[in-house]
Every structure is written in C-alpha cells, then in structure tokens.
Design a protein around this ligand. Structure first.
Ligand SMILES: CC(C)(COP(=O)(O)OP(=O)(O)OC[C@H]1O[C@@H](n2cnc3c(N)ncnc32)[C@H](O)[C@@H]1OP(=O)(O)O)[C@@H](O)C(=O)NCCC(=O)NCCS
Length: 186
C-alpha cells in the first residue's frame, strides 16, 4: 500500500489530496467562526495557526497516525474544504469534515465522507469509526444517518449526549456519537 501521505482519493465530483502548505490561504480564509462553531477545532485568528495545523498534520501523516486531506473541485481545482481520518493507529479512528460555506448544500460533504470511509473500510484495520457530532449539527448528523452509521443510545433508546471539550477552552459542545463498524472481509 502506498504511503498515506501520497493517498489521493477521486470521487465523482471531488479530489481529496494530502494537505500541503499551499492550502494555508484558502483554509484560513474559509474556516470562519461560523464554520467551526459546532466542531472541535477553533477558527484560526492568524494564518500562522493554520500553518501550524498543516505542519502538525503532515508530521502525523509521516507517522501514519492521521490522514488530512484538502478537498478540491475535480473539474477546476477550486478549494472546497478539508476532511480527514484521525487517530488511524487506534481501533476507533475519527473522520472529520469541513466544507466552505459557499459550497454547502450540494451533497459534497457526504460525497467526501463516503469515499473517505469506504477507502478506510478497504485498507485499514479498526473496530469502528467514531464520529462525535454536536447534537444540533443537523447537516453533519444527516451525513452520518444517510450513510447508516449507528447512533449511540442508552438502554431506553435515548441518544447519549456528552459534554465535549473543544480546542477553544471557553467553548464546549453537546456531543452525540455515531459509529460505523469495520465490515467483515469477504
Ligand atoms: C457538515 C457539513 C460538512 C455538511 O456539508 P454539506 O456538503 O453542506 O452537506 P450535504 O450537502 O452533503 O448535506 C447533508 C445533509 O444535510 C442537509 N443540510 C445541509 N445543510 C443544511 C442546513 N443548513 N440545515 C438543515 N439541513 C441541511 C442536506 O439537505 C442533506 O440532507 P439529506 O440527506 O436529507 O438530503 C457542512 O455543513 C460544514 O462544513 N459544516 C461546518 C463544519 C462541521 O460542522 N463539520 C462537521 C463536524 S462533526
């Protein structure tokens, strides 16, 4: 298998390429407080924070602990967003997705996540993929539900809500959790 830092995933409309410093500008511009409001990362105040995120992401790819991709439009190379599969050295890797505001609502988020997780099913060993989501993040929850990921519920069938930390010490979110289990190989 090729090194994860060289992994390019082509979907119908998108191409997922390993993140590089060349993507710092659009990531910094597009990941505003509105985009990061319901997720773990905080919006960068300065482009140096985006550059640090990219440097760390590349280091983690070198160590095979993370796959961090930039999502580009397949036809014209335009920046669409970012997605990743984090903690790939554990039994419960974590998918992540962010789409730039002006590209929302075109099912691009679902397309990227579906292809990313299909590729993980084919190539990675894990127990389940772990997708923590703010309980009010409807588009993200709809992606998980349309892919038939399993919402974690208590004995009464109520969704389990956990207070989760974020990268911003002043901000927490009410997380629910979806799981997708590793398919048995045929
Ligand atoms: C979550 C996110 C990636 C979804 O991307 P997207 O490409 O706009 O989503 P899609 O077009 O694939 O739509 C997914 C579903 O959400 C619905 N949806 C999209 N925007 C919506 C909105 N504002 N309100 C309600 N539903 C919405 C779509 O109709 C679709 O539902 P359907 O399956 O019933 O048709 C995007 O909203 C985003 O980047 N949000 C900020 C970052 C974030 O929260 N990431 C996830 C952290 S867990």
């Amino acid at each position: 298998m090729k090194h994860i830092k060289n992994l390019i995933i082509e979907t119908e409309r998108l191409v997922l390429v390993p993140i590089t410093m060349a993507h710092a500008g659009p990531i910094f511009k597009e990941f505003t407080p509105e985009i990061t409001a319901l997720m773990y990362p905080k919006s960068p105040d300065h482009i140096s924070e985006t550059e640090k995120f990219i440097t760390e992401s590349i280091e983690k790819m070198d160590q095979w602990t993370n796959y961090q991709a930039t999502i580009l439009d397949k036809d014209n190379g335009e920046f669409i967003g970012c997605c990743g599969l984090h903690k790939i050295d554990t039994t419960a890797p974590e998918p992540g997705i962010r789409i730039r505001k002006s590209a929302h609502g075109k099912k691009l988020g679902r397309e990227a996540v579906q292809w990313l997780t299909d590729r993980a099913q084919e190539n990675l060993e894990f127990n389940y993929l772990f997708y923590p989501v703010d309980k009010d993040n409807i588009p993200s929850r709809k992606i998980a539900e349309s892919l038939w990921w399993i919402l974690q519920v208590d004995a009464d069938g109520n969704e389990i809500v956990t207070i989760c930390d974020t990268a911003d010490p002043g901000r927490k979110f009410n997380g629910v959790e979806y799981r997708v289990y590793k398919k048995a190989s045929t």
